[in-house]
Ligand binder design. Structure first.
Ligand code: AMP
Length: 378
């Protein structure tokens, strides 16, 4: 992977920098700036080296030029952060001059998601060099992540993309032991690739959330009304057969009558779930066992909540795991999405070694899949 160290002199040159500014907006203003801050090291380094920057990002999934997906609020926010003017180019034919310019939402261009060669060439013509720092979009072959590379002289990964790749591949290649992976969330089939990858290298895999139920069903347990993905039963059975005792399943649950914050939480100290009730969280014995595994780990990877953590009566298991991950001295890596949201909800997100900015991309990388946006930078 080429990095900013391989770019050579960039003074006076225009760099097209693909960033991931797909941030949440509320009332037309940025409501979570983590992804913007995560791109600052690359932006500041390139500016320090004398380059002029054209920043390119997507925001949401606009069908046409829907104004609610405009990057104007993000450009204004970045201008405040950097203390410089950030011009907004409303289209590719009218890019203003300036040290830092942001292009309007690249998904306003119909060719972006098709990796259209004509759009790729137009993007390339705007710059002398290209940097991709959008880890969250690196698993997609789009014009601004893949096609453009053939139309610029030099290209490299930015510092965020570099750190994501080095950290995530590093925990598989040379982890501090024991390596404990915590995998939760709704569906086994979403996570089976990453479970398979960790079966090869991890010492322990802790399973939680609704994806536990296909494992239990494959063992012949009753799952009651729990969310239990039918297609997950066969891969769960296969993973259990290969695990050689590395896979841990919950030993107790918190049950409820329905998926609702008003439902009474019922502790249940056995595996089989009665009819008419659903498992909505891991129980306190499971939480204590998992916290102890995390406390003695050398490296921890976490993706996916232990239950329906958005509902206060069923958040305790995810909170216990989040607190254990925050408290350990181990290297801790969190794979974006709901686990990151849970840590933020509990105010623990600043106590993680590496919080990935890309949910889908981090899983694909750990599964050993090639990310198209990375491949073109190798
Ligand atoms: P994922 O996107 O696969 O990481 O799944 C996260 C979602 O799974 C969250 O919205 C949780 O509310 C949901 N979830 C986790 N555990 C359960 C459960 N036991 N029952 C129902 N939903 C769950």
């Amino acid at each position: 992977m080429r990095t900013l160290d391989d770019l050579g002199a960039v003074e006076g040159l225009r760099g097209l920098v693909r960033v991931d500014f797909n941030v949440p907006l509320a009332d037309g203003a940025v409501s979570d700036d983590a992804r913007i801050r995560a791109a600052l090291p690359t932006i500041e380094e390139l500016r320090g080296r004398g380059a002029r920057l054209l920043l390119v990002s997507h925001l949401g999934r606009p069908k046409e030029r829907e104004p609610k997906y405009s990057l104007a609020p993000v450009a204004a926010y970045l201008a405040d952060l950097l203390g410089v003017e950030v011009g907004l180019a409303t289209d590719l034919d009218s890019v203003p001059d300036g040290d830092v310019v942001m292009l309007e939402n690249i998904r306003y261009e119909p060719g972006e998601t098709k990796n259209d060669p004509a759009l790729s060439a137009r993007l390339g013509a705007l710059a002398d060099f290209y940097v991709n720092d959008a880890f969250g979009a690196a698993h997609r072959a789009h014009a601004s992540t893949v096609g453009v590379v053939a139309h610029v002289g030099t290209s490299a990964a930015g510092r965020l993309l570099q750190r994501e790749v080095e950290t995530l591949t590093g925990i598989l290649a040379d982890p501090g032991r024991p390596l404990v992976a915590i995998v939760g969330g709704a569906k086994v089939t979403d996570k089976i690739g990453v479970i398979d990858a960790f079966l090869k290298v991890a010492d322990t895999i802790l399973i939680g959330g609704a994806m536990s139920y296909p494992f239990f069903r494959s063992q012949g347990h009753a799952v009651g009304g729990s969310l239990c993905e039918a297609e997950g039963v066969e891969p769960a059975a296969r993973a259990l057969a290969q695990a050689g005792g590395k896979l841990r399943l919950p030993v107790d649950h918190v049950l409820g009558a329905e998926f609702s914050a008003d439902t009474e939480a019922i502790g249940h100290d056995e595996i089989d779930v009665p009819d008419g009730l659903m498992g909505l969280d891991i129980g306190p014995r499971t939480a204590a066992l998992y916290a102890a595994e995390i406390a003695s780990a050398g490296t921890v990877f976490w993706n996916g909540p232990m239950g329906a953590f958005e509902l206060p009566p069923f958040a305790a298991g995810t909170r216990a795991v989040a607190e254990a991950v925050a408290a350990t001295d181990a290297v801790t890596v969190v794979g974006g999405g709901d686990s990151a949201a849970a840590l933020a909800q509990f105010g623990l997100d600043d106590r993680i070694t590496h919080m990935s900015t890309g949910g889908g991309a981090s899983l694909q990388l750990l599964e050993g899949k090639t990310l198209p946006g990375l491949e073109v930078l190798s």
